[in-house]
Design a protein around this ligand. Structure first.
Ligand SMILES: [Zn+2]
Length: 326
């Protein structure tokens, strides 16, 4: 929270630095009125923070030519030029320049109501520094997590990630309280990921699987998208699956065993728990996978996923869920 109104106190506030970094490209203040709750993280209205930036000369109103570029389409510029009997050929930049040369006052008037801000050189330097620092923090955290994973300290790995998220201006995940994060699910998942070997990947050595497991664990813990972090380029791949499918299959198997483990526990306390197999509904799904979805299985009778008999091109994409038997 920003208490001091004077001076450059905001330069120590991560929320303010993040807001400033958003101005590395042109921004209107109303951009920040939707979605994320900026006022709450800034501790003051967005407009007030933006005024600070202006006063401290870290943002400035965009130059007239840039504003014209945002405001008008090429066809509109041509119409304006035509009405002034000015040549209408050339690039958008050329049209804007011609308009500015011919009628600088009119051009300025046309964009007078637009308040679009962008970082000044000084602002850019502060914002770049902030972003570089954030990137470094993330890299360090990833390294830290990898160390824990390599030592099979799964709870510790999950806690490091939770602490990292808790420190973010906008932590990921709706409604997750990272300060009181429950690591239980992650622990079970990571245990399964590092100990179970999916039958469909039996062609891969344990050493190769280990690389995949580390990448899968980072993806899971940080909620990274499927294409963030992948197997190394020189990864020797004896399977029929491509590299990104291998990671998917590995994680799907860990997820399978996690759900089964949790279902067994539920069954012990509630009884009557069955497993339903769900598959993706598209043209790529094979007939073998489709047979799995017809009826629920007893916990100890559900076939391992990824399904060994699957003939889907990118591998089995089935998943399971546990539910009470009706
Ligand atoms: Zn299949």
């Amino acid at each position: 929270m920003l208490r001091s109104k004077s001076g450059t106190e905001w330069k120590k506030s991560p929320a303010h630095l993040l807001l400033l970094s958003k101005h590395l490209s042109p921004r209107v203040t109303s951009d920040f009125a939707r979605g994320d709750n900026w006022q709450e993280v800034l501790g003051e209205p967005v407009a007030k923070a933006i005024n600070r930036f202006k006063d401290d000369n870290v943002i400035d109103i965009l130059a007239t030519d840039e504003l014209l570029d945002i405001k008008y389409k090429v066809t509109e510029l041509k119409q304006i030029l035509k009405s002034k009997q000015i040549q209408v050929s050339g690039t958008k930049r050329a049209l804007i320049q011609r308009l500015l040369n011919a009628d600088p006052e009119g051009a300025q008037k046309a964009v007078a109501d637009m308040t679009v801000y962008i970082c000044t050189m000084e602002g850019k330097s502060i914002a770049d520094q902030y972003l570089a620092h954030e990137k470094e923090k993330r890299t360090l955290t990833e390294q830290h997590v990898l160390e824990s994973l390599k030592n099979a300290k799964y709870k510790e790995a999950a806690i490091i990630v939770a602490q990292f998220e808790a420190e973010q201006v906008f932590p990921r995940g709706m409604g997750i309280d990272w300060e009181k994060y429950n690591t239980k699910h992650d622990e079970i998942f990571l245990n399964k990921l590092f100990t179970c070997k999916p039958k469909v990947l039996s062609a891969l050595s344990n050493e190769q699987l280990y690389t995949g497991r580390l990448i899968g664990a980072l993806r899971r813990l940080f909620s990274y998208s499927d294409n963030y972090l992948s197997l190394p380029d020189d990864f020797d791949n004896p399977t029929v699956y491509d590299k990104s499918s291998i990671l998917h299959l590995l994680m799907s198997n860990a997820y399978f065993h996690t759900v089964i483990a949790e279902a067994v526990e539920l069954h012990r306390t509630l009884g009557n728990i069955v497993i339903e197999v769900l598959t993706v509904n598209d043209d790529l799904v094979c007939d073998e996978c489709k047979t799995l979805t017809k009826h629920p299985f007893e916990i100890n009778q559900v076939p391992e996923l990824p399904y060994q008999k699957c003939t889907c091109k990118f591998g089995c994409r089935c998943s399971i869920s546990a539910r009470p038997q009706y």
